[in-house]
Design a protein around this ligand. Structure first.
Ligand code: FAD
Length: 473
């Protein structure tokens, strides 16, 4: 019997739930990937690092399957039509894939399933990209968790070898269909151009994922102490690989679990944050449509000044750490987690701009953009989400800078205008007396912006804004 494995955000050939089940249950397995026009046409920037990352990763997966005497069929079209058509042409019994939890993807999968139903082809989908999904982790009373710490504790209680073991794809690899090598559409023919991905030295594909993880494994024990400082190599930089499944979540979590110790435990917690937001999306799908997780904060009357928003997007707010963060995002598609928190809090609580504007900007620019984590992160920063902290937590952008980039090394990298400032001056350069500015050849307000808002004042305004709606509730 024949089956088709439809790859999506799981671009690897090992420890892969759908591939394993297909190989185990069929004698001839054909693999396919679709560059989905429904998604690609929504991308207005035709030099998108994500598309290039996917293209490179698909290419590597294809090469790996060719080395097994098989291939990856790579199509370009509307996936919801292409997959049922391909399944019929190939006369397979079953289409296998892995669960996707985003509403658009789920709607697409339902369309595919319904089309396949009409031709008596089965559609089977599996948990693959998370450790726990849907209703696997619930409170004692059977409801879903909306606060991370008790959720995490419940996960850690449940976690065992069963959830962490790899799918032994190799055991049945001889069931891959033997195929002649086929070509794949070029990046250009998909309507996209090359980006600076190669210069960024962000390795793509399964090989890139394993190179990064190998490097991080040696640093995992120090993760807890290093992860908050953007100028040092603290985190794993694996988010884009988790996004596109060029690493296996089970492999990463198993390594951390077996290693133990404070560093590995802290990192495992971060992987559980990722699961947490997926289950929030599952239980509260309305968050994907711009709704606040906490209903009382649905209609905060943000003034939404477009000029302030533009300055934030460009990294021209006059607050060096925020600007460095936004420039890192614009230049590389990545932003350090500490900085995501600082930049997001600044947009909402200093610039008084609707968190949904920031969410959209991140969605367009992050190479690791993931609806669940991005929405979760933004709602957390805006205090509209599932956070145990009250809404009056407001980050001070200068204090954060002094604490997490004390010597200004990260700021200097992305805001070269401030190169000559001392590590004391660099966090609030507008405080330098005019004579000092002159001596440095750096006029604040000319060579680098004066702060576009006054933090202390805006803090009070933000508090008033939130108080207004929280009282109404
Ligand atoms: P590491 O520190 O090495 O963490 C390992 C992995 O754990 C990450 O790759 C990620 O998959 C997961 N993780 C870590 N922190 C979180 C978190 N807070 N929430 C969910 N998962 C987490 N992460 C995304 O993957 N995509 C997004 O679109 C995204 N948007 C965010 C927006 C905001 C406003 C905030 C505050 C956070 C956002 N995050 C997002 C979470 C986090 O910032 C990134 O996952 C992390 O910076 C990626 O770097 P890393 O792989 O080196 O992380």
């Amino acid at each position: 019997n024949k089956s088709l494995v439809w790859f999506r955000r799981d671009l690897r050939d090992y420890d892969h739930a759908a591939l394993y089940h297909a190989l185990k249950n069929s004698t001839q397995v054909i693999c396919a990937f679709v560059f989905d026009t429904d998604i690609l046409t929504q991308l207005t920037n035709k030099q998108d690092r994500r598309v290039e990352f996917i293209w490179e990763s698909v290419h590597e997966l294809k090469t790996a399957l060719q080395q097994q005497g098989s291939d990856l069929l790579v199509l370009h079209g509307k996936a919801a039509d292409e997959i049922p058509k391909l399944a019929q042409t190939l006369a397979v019994d079953t289409v296998y894939c892995n669960h996707d939890y985003e509403p658009d993807a789920m709607a697409r999968d339902l369309t595919v399933q319904q089309a396949l139903d009409q031709t008596d082809i089965a559609f089977k989908s599996f948990k693959d990209q998370v450790l726990f999904e849907k209703d696997e982790i619930l409170t004692k009373s059977g409801t879903s968790f909306s606060v991370f710490t008790p959720y995490k504790n419940a996960c850690l209680k449940t976690l065992n070898d069963f959830y962490l073991k790899a799918y032994p794809v190799d055991r049945y690899i001889h069931h891959l269909a033997i195929m002649d090598p086929q070509s794949m559409p070029s990046l250009e023919s998909l309507g996209f151009g090359r980006t600076n991905l190669k210069q960024l030295k962000l390795p793509t594909g399964m090989s890139g994922g394993s190179t990064l993880f190998e490097d991080f494994s040696n640093r995992m024990a120090r993760y807890r102490d290093a992860r908050d400082f953007p100028s040092i190599k603290g985190p794993s930089y694996l988010s884009v690989h988790l996004r596109f499944g060029t690493v296996s979540i089970r492999h990463l979590a198993r390594t951390a679990w077996q290693q133990g110790g404070l560093g590995a435990e802290t990192w495992l917690n971060e992987l559980l944050w990722r699961d947490f937001y997926f289950q929030i999306l599952h239980h509260h799908p309305q968050v994907a449509t711009g709704k606040s997780f906490k209903a009382e904060f649905e209609h905060i009357p943000f003034p939404n000044d477009e000029r302030l928003f533009e300055a934030w997007c460009k990294g021209q707010t006059g607050y060096p750490l925020v600007d460095a963060a936004m420039r890192q995002l614009n230049q590389t598609g990545y932003m350090h987690n500490r900085l995501r928190m600082v930049a997001a809090s600044f947009l909402v609580k200093d610039l008084l701009i609707d968190w949904r504007w920031g969410e959209r900007y991140f969605a367009e620019h992050l190479i690791d953009f993931d609806l669940a984590a991005n929405n979760g992160g933004w709602q957390w920063a805006a205090s509209t989400g599932c956070d145990a902290q009250p809404w009056f937590r407001i980050f001070n952008p200068v204090t954060q800078s002094e604490k997490f980039d004390a010597d200004g090394k990260f700021i200097r990298k992305y805001v070269p205008e401030l190169q000559a400032c001392t590590s004391k001056e660099i966090h609030a350069p507008w405080l330098m007396p005019p004579l000092r500015q002159q001596a440095l050849g750096l006029m604040i307000g000319k060579d680098y912006p004066s702060p576009i808002v006054d933090h202390a004042m805006r803090r009070e305004q933000a508090l008033a804004l939130y108080k207004q709606v929280s009282h109404k509730a």
